[in-house]
Design a protein around this ligand. Sequence first.
Ligand SMILES: *[C@@H]1O[C@H](CO)[C@@H](O)[C@H](O)[C@H]1NC(C)=O
Ligand SMILES: *[C@@H]1O[C@H](CO)[C@@H](O)[C@H](O)[C@H]1NC(C)=O
Length: 398
Amino acid sequence: MLRCRLIPSAVVTLMLLQGVAMVLLFGWYGHLMPSTSTAPQGKVHVLLLSSWRSGSSFLGQVFSQHPSVFYLMEPGWHVWTTLRQPGARALRMALRDLMRSIFQCDLSVLEAYTPDQRNVSNLFMWSNSRALCSPPACPLTPRHSFSNETECRRRCDARGLQKAEEACHSYSHVVLKEVRFFELESLYPLLHDPTIDLRIIHLIRDPRAVAKSREQAIRALLSDNALVLEKGGQKVTDSDLRVLQEVCRSHVRIYETAMLKPPDFLRGRYKMVRYEDMVRDPLEEIENMYKFVDLEMSPQLQDWIYKVTHGKGKGSRKEAFKITSRNAEDVSQAWRTTLSHNTVKRIQQVCKGAMSLLGYQLVDSEKEQKRLDLDLVVSRKRYQFSWLPAITTESPML
Ligand SMILES: *[C@@H]1O[C@H](CO)[C@@H](O)[C@H](O)[C@H]1NC(C)=O
Ligand SMILES: *[C@@H]1O[C@H](CO)[C@@H](O)[C@H](O)[C@H]1NC(C)=O
């Protein structure tokens, strides 16, 4: 009985306190925020959902370099490398809550995962974020310019995370890239949260190209592999393709949840993008993605996109997380000449379901594999991703 009487008064006190806090907080923002900033109510929150080695660094840059975007790359890295639980399943809620706080520009959540005397440079891959190389986080890069990661790393950084928070508040879009989600259900609370306007862009890629790319980053992936397979703390090479299989399964799971039986609150908030479509027609695909999240395309961005997708250089990069300028379409076909046909057959076995669902054709022989004129990506015209059942008259797998 005593408890019942106490609770209402405690609630009233809490509400009063919260009211005072809100008034103080908004007054404080009023002083802090430049007049050009967008009201938090109009803010859009974007999750770039991908998996390792699927071209998501490039996609991240497409958003990071946009002048309206505050971008962070894989904040979940902090959770996975600090907690090292048995596996992904146990960590996904911590990951989800970390993302919720960051979407709300509350970076204090990172205190649990960074050293006591933290700097902006303690954030994973921080110099990939143009916003952290621009005012108010750093004077180096004007907000409408493109940032240079090397220069940023040399000349930015700041003590504490206050400047990064301030920067986050001053943009209309907060974009996070994450490779550590294997289903959508754990994200549902974010979709219900009235303070978050979440849009999910799900990037997928031909698993045969992913496998080739993973071969070049074996060491960088050892710890993450272990967590995917619920063996946290160990180091696991994916020689038997179980991680790749798990990734393929997650594509199917996410696709089915979002496209075949979407709950109402997911409608209009999910978009699937195939990497191959993006490299074939970067401008159109990127323009569609910008539209989906209410970002404007500009001639400067169009130039930049053209340059980074048509650069020179081979795809033989040692580091797992760098993006370089190279011919994106060549790179996406490289597996066909470099992977052995046996390897390709094994990948097709473990990823068969995902490949047929997502429009990647299997090869039946080494000859087919090496015939580069044979297009293995089912064209989007015949393979539309939409909310309605496909209204195709021909078989999409032809
Ligand atoms: C970035 O800056 C470095 C060092 O100043 C320079 O060598 C490099 O070419 C620049 N990169 C780009 C893409 O402009
Ligand atoms: C943090 O940043 C300050 C100045 O911005 C710098 O002097 C200091 O060395 C940095 N600390 C670390 C650990 O990087």
